[in-house]
Design a protein around this ligand. Structure first.
Ligand code: AHR
Length: 504
């Protein structure tokens, strides 16, 4: 039988809450319709933000929201999205579906959305097609509290007080849609642009700067930007970079074909799990390169785009990246977030792509209707890890399962403690036709534990998903498959399940 040994005495570091972040781009129905419906909409809203979506996301305790892109970021000119909405520029969103972007959601709207969600703001600047001056002025507009052209403009546009910008990305995917640069070229541009991302108020937490990191396994990129952009002296440290991004998507059938979101056989199920687990290797290898320059791990890895990317739903605009979300997505989320937790010494932020109606979303909407996806429910269970201390935990005796070359461990886990409560999150990666799996959990501490709560996301069919007609087909449900005796818990994990057990 598989065994999990947990040692509360051995704390492995704090899990940054921002690992549970979200990403929303001007893409398809992500922002427009999904989050923002405009003030005069028949859909209930507060200042244009749809109430149902905001309320649902608040339950996830979203720590940080990244915006406006993605590829959109390096074509976005922020001044187009401020001032009188009737006069804002209308333009084509060249990256995503060639639709008209009316700029009605801009800087003020994004900061209002963050306010409503109670989350930190992560703004991604335009290095690819924007100027240094434009980026510098955006920071001034957002954060300067004195007399200046940009601060005055913000006030004229109705916002007297400056905002807090917690994170600022200096370009996005500059190896691709953000300018097709070489690492050397980008690294030098990064050094120049970030100089003008200034902290105007010394009493506030400095803006944390995110340098564009690699695509998947591009270790040459990581090496190139670390070499040029990391400066390890006390005075200069903050000036260059606080985080390095990493983007990785799970496409079960490869980038070209991607594969259906809802129709897959057992082999593709295991292939998807295998590809989700690849995140482990990516973090280890990029982190090892970072270690050569930054052994103290002062620069965090920000996996600010991750998740499943399937072929879009039949009949929808291919540029909108709208996909369904099954129990398989729940497992990808569970597996990935366990990996992030276990690497909390290096991974300081992660933003799943993308919050509503795009890729591996939390919520799907259709007009005034909204449903929560299986991924939403996993985020809800895992929220207890935010800001908690990672505990030492070791799995032994786990079976290797899978088909052909797609072999995976049957169980993955992570364990944390906050306010005296221990949260254990477990994934059983077996396809739905498998048997239950027993797990014996043992605490190193010799005391008696009692349950606080236990929940599960699963379904007898791994293809199951929620629809507007059947919104609760897959949901978080109380979990009873465990028994606590003293310092041991015997758990019966259903196949294709994500389980959370909290004890004290
Ligand atoms: O999330 C969709 C797209 O994927 C983003 O715009 C881009 O950064 C990435 O390639």
């Amino acid at each position: 039988m598989a065994k999990l040994i947990i040692n509360e005495e051995k704390k492995r570091g704090r899990i940054a809450p921002e690992i549970y972040g979200q990403f929303s781009e001007h893409l398809g129905r992500g922002i427009y319709e999904g989050l923002y419906v405009k003030e005069d909409s028949g859909i209930p809203n507060v200042s244009g933000m749809r109430t149902d979506a905001v309320e649902a996301l608040k339950e996830l305790e979203v720590p940080v929201l990244r915006w406006p892109g993605g590829c959109f970021a390096d074509e976005y000119h922020w001044k187009d999205g401020i001032g009188d909405k009737k006069k804002r520029k209308r333009m084509i969103n060249t990256n995503w579906g060639g639709v008209v972007e009316d700029n009605s959601f801009g800087t003020h709207e994004f900061m209002e959305l963050c306010r409503q969600l109670g989350c930190k703001a992560y703004i991604n600047g335009n290095l690819g097609s924007g100027t240094v001056q434009e980026m510098a002025e955006w920071i001034e507009y957002l954060t300067f509290n004195g007399v200046s052209p940009m601060a005055d403009l913000r006030k004229e546009n109705g916002h007297e007080e400056p905002w807090n910008v917690d994170f600022f990305g200096v370009g996005n995917e500059n190896w691709g849609c953000g300018g097709n640069m070489t690492p050397e070229h980008y690294a030098n541009e990064y050094r120049r642009y970030q100089t003008f991302v200034k902290d105007y108020d010394e009493n506030r937490q400095p803006i944390r700067k995110v340098c564009c990191g690699p695509n998947v396994d591009d270790y040459v990129w990581t090496e190139g930007v670390m070499k040029t952009c990391f400066v390890n002296t006390e005075e200069k440290f903050h000036g260059y970079m606080d985080l390095l991004s990493l983007h990785y998507y799970v496409h079960p059938e490869g980038w070209e074909r991607k594969g259906s979101a809802t129709e897959f056989d057992d082999e593709v199920w295991y292939k998807t799990m295998y590809k989700a687990l690849y995140m482990e290797e990516l973090i280890q290898r990029h982190s090892a390169i970072m270690d050569q320059y930054d052994p103290e791990k002062r620069v965090g890895l920000a996996v600010d785009e991750w998740g499943t990317w399937f072929t879009c739903e039949p009949g929808t605009n291919p540029g909108f990246l709208y996909q369904q979300n099954t129990v398989r997505d729940a497992l990808v989320a569970g597996v990935t977030m366990n990996i992030f937790n276990r690497h909390c010494d290096r991974v300081k932020m992660a933003c799943i792509a993308q919050t509503v109606n795009v890729l591996q979303a939390m919520l799907l909407t259709e007009g005034g209707q909204m449903i929560k996806t299986p991924t939403y429910h996993v985020f809800h269970m895992y929220r207890h890890h935010q800001g908690a201390e990672l505990l030492s935990s070791e799995l032994t005796g786990v079976k290797e399962i899978g088909i052909g070359e797609w072999k995976v461990p049957q169980i993955t886990e992570s364990v944390s403690e906050k306010d005296g409560i221990i949260t254990i999150t477990l994934n059983n990666l077996s396809a739905s036709d498998s048997k239950n799996e027993e797990l014996d959990v043992q605490f190193a501490g010799n005391r008696t534990y009692e349950a606080v709560e236990a929940n599960v996301v699963t379904h007898k069919d791994m293809h199951a998903y929620n629809t507007f007609e059947e919104p609760e087909n897959v949901k978080e449900e109380p979990f009873n498959g465990y028994q606590i005796t003293g310092n041991r818990i015997k758990i019966t994990l259903p196949p294709c399940s994500v389980v959370e057990i909290r004890v004290k």
